[in-house]
Design a protein. Sequence first.
Length: 451
Amino acid sequence: MNGGLVQRLAQLNLIRDPATVGTKTLVITRPRQHPVHPDDGDTDQETDRLLGQQRSDDTGFYDEKEKEANKKKGRSKEVMIHEPAVLIEGVLFRARYLGSTQLVSEGQPTKTTRMMQAEEAVSRIKAPDGESQPSTEVDLFISTEKIMVLNTDLKEIMMDHALRTISYIADIGDLVVLMARRRVLPTDDSGNSIQKTPKMICHVFESDEAQFIAQSIGQAFQVAYLEFLKANGIEDHSFVKEMDYQEVLNSQEIFGDELQMFAKKELQKEVVVPKMKSEILGVVVVESGWGSMVPTVVIANLSPTGAAAKCGQLNIGDQIIAINGVSLVGLPLSTCQNYIKNTKYNTAVKLTVVPCPPVVEVKIRRPDTKYQLGFSVQNGVICSLLRGGIAERGGVRVGHRIIDINSQSVVAVPHEKIVNLLATSVGEIRMKTMPTSIFRLLTGQETPQYI
């Protein structure tokens, strides 16, 4: 087990002997103050204690005196992957417990309904901006067996839910909402019992690792499911684990240093093109296209007798950032073309360019054919791309013509063979692609209109 986890649980007096904790076993002791039902530990009695204690008991709560001025609302989606053995033992996160509430839960709610319930729980518990927020520091313990909330200061277990009772987890910004089904203990006078409305207890936590906490709980469910299959001798080959797919996604990297070309100003180049008055530059420009690091125009062709070609400093594939000091980034293609046409009567034109090859090299790692590449091809052209899939992570771009797959030219290869080649390829797949507009100009399928 992770040394830090053992040490933290030992400090909380929640393990009997840190030296005896093995690689697969975690022995948890419960405080005697709050006995819990031996099955689930998530009864109405425990829930009522939490709800009743929430705003009336000041022990362990404090007012935040300083709030972060700027919340990270635009944070990129990151992913934490745990080894199955780690989740079986359990992982620990620090968080701030804001409170609990209960909601009516009837039937089989949809994911959208669950999310609305999570937002309602937050609106009930989270203090409005500008007001102090009561909270307490806790450790959130997550394993394939249970989820526990441990009060660090009081050294006690505040909540203990069997994993199977968790019905939904939501991360909303820096908040985590944990929803668990309330379990009603049978009463002695069961003959006169009244059917109670099913309710759900919602706990709200705040943490900078909200996304990771939600992901870890989701992964705990996956590992628990796989352990169940294994224990019953079931092997489901068709089951593609999300955590495995996430590992495949994380292994992708964009081949080449295009980002650095744009990030480092020293890699930009200023080219002065001398020309005769009334002489055109002699270039064809096209949009850089979806997936390009910078939305601008690309030199798709050069007239052999034009001023741009004769200066000897421009090449097909170069991306034009500015012309005579005017930025072209983000402008429509027609506007960029007009700026170039308007230099016709100049005797010199200054271009700021980022030298880029016309061919984009893509490297995709695909360990098995069960993982979809995430793009579709029509006549050798990439026509659609799955957002966040393997191909996008690897740098595949919509509108590009595939010219090479694993050092094999596919320029004259029929569509069906290209599809079959991609569908059956595994391991490291290397592709060379080019914007279709440039490809058609270079192969003579289109006549260049120089400006």
